[in-house]
Design a binder for this molecule. Structure first.
Ligand SMILES: N[C@@H](CCC(=O)N[C@@H](CS)C(=O)NCC(=O)O)C(=O)O
Length: 204
């Protein structure tokens, strides 16, 4: 059985939605990041960087990073394109999300990661928010004229949904982004998404 280590409202929500929707029995291990549960010696054996998500596979070995976890779950549950070009395009989106969109948000929430100079934090946060907003606009354009980012619903859409919730949390004018907001609404119609949003206490 798979075990997902997740934290409420974190990027792990994408994998949480995929697992909840899969119909397969899995264990959801909730982590309290504010209490530092991700930094315990026991958890660092699962995720050496002390982050969520982490997935314990059927044989007990750990898998980390959304870029690996989401394609793995997608292939296991039929939520990943099989055509080589469509798969490459899906990897391109996952790469953009994990290496650009997520770190831009990190500049807002974790400026201390980027400088030890506390006086510079507000500037880093402001630039992070601006960049994150630009990426939200870019994702909005990616959804123009389509329901899902790949040719059908895939793990890319729950991942995009996570960033929408972060935009709301940061007070960005997300409702102006019509295509992305429609995606958020489509996601919220899915019973598994409703269960995860309720479990994680996400406000939208
Ligand atoms: N590159 C990683 C990023 C994971 C990450 O930064 N997770 C955040 C939550 S969204 C976390 O665990 N933060 C806890 C901490 O930094 O202490 C991935 O995409 O899996």
């Amino acid at each position: 059985m798979l075990t997902l280590f997740y934290a409420p409202g974190a990027c792990s929500m994408a994998a949480h939605i995929v697992l909840e929707e899969s119909g397969e029995k899995y264990q959801a291990q909730r982590m309290d990041l504010a209490k530092g549960e991700q930094k315990t010696a026991e958890y660092l054996k699962i995720h050496p960087l002390g982050r969520v998500p982490a997935l314990k596979l059927d044989d007990g070995s750990p898998l980390t990073e959304n870029t690996a976890i989401l394609p793995y779950l997608g292939k296991r549950f039929g939520l990943w394109p099989t055509d080589p070009i469509k798969e490459a395009l899906a990897l391109s989106v996952i790469g953009f999300f994990a290496s650009s969109v997520h770190p831009a948000h990190g500049h807002i929430g974790r400026p201390e990661r980027y400088t030890a100079d506390a006086a510079a934090h507000s500037g880093i946060q402001a630039m992070g928010k601006r960049t994150f907003h630009e990426y939200m606009t870019q994702i909005d354009a990616m959804y123009a004229g389509r329901e899902w980012l790949s040719d059908k619903y895939s793990v890319l859409d729950p991942y995009a949904f996570v960033f929408y919730t972060w935009g709301v949390k940061r007070g960005l004018p997300m409702a102006e982004l019509r295509n992305y907001t429609a995606l958020k609404d489509r996601m919220l119609q899915r019973p598994a998404v409703q269960r995860v949003v309720a479990d994680e206490g996400v406000k939208l």
